[in-house]
Design a binder for this molecule. Structure first.
Ligand code: SF4
Ligand code: SF4
Length: 110
């Protein structure tokens, strides 16, 4: 019969297997993206939800959030936030692209 410690061990194995698979997928995705000194990140504002993930991973302080009116007929909130990339400090490292949960960031030619 399965007990709690069995379950815990199986869960831990599954967790590590899933993490490995995700890391592999992310590494493959990252290789496919344009990057480096000839590239710069670009935020598609319509997809950005202002979640701050990109600014957390950007080591070069190349992303800032700015306030923008929230275009929603159902929420009574004055402003929302959107991210924008500062071209000069951006090193084209691609980390923000991988961190964005809504695929709002793309890499473009500098
Ligand atoms: S590509 Fe790298 S340096 Fe440029 S904005 Fe994204 S995380 Fe920052
Ligand atoms: S991670 Fe994506 S959705 Fe979140 S603030 Fe940055 S660009 Fe916007």
């Amino acid at each position: 019969m399965t007990d709690v410690s069995d379950l815990s061990e199986r869960r831990s194995k599954q967790k590590s297997r899933i993490r490995q698979m995700l890391n592999t997928v992310r590494a493959e995705e990252r290789l496919k993206l344009k990057g480096g000194e000839d590239a710069v990140a670009w935020v598609k504002e319509e997809l950005c939800i202002g979640c701050d993930q990109c600014t957390i991973v950007c080591d070069d302080d190349a992303i800032e959030l700015f306030a923008t009116p929230l275009a929603s007929p159902i929420l009574n909130i004055d402003v929302n936030r959107k991210a924008r990339v500062l071209r000069e400090p951006c090193t084209g490292c691609k980390l923000c692209v991988l961190a964005c949960p809504t695929d709002a960031i793309i890499m473009i030619e500098r």
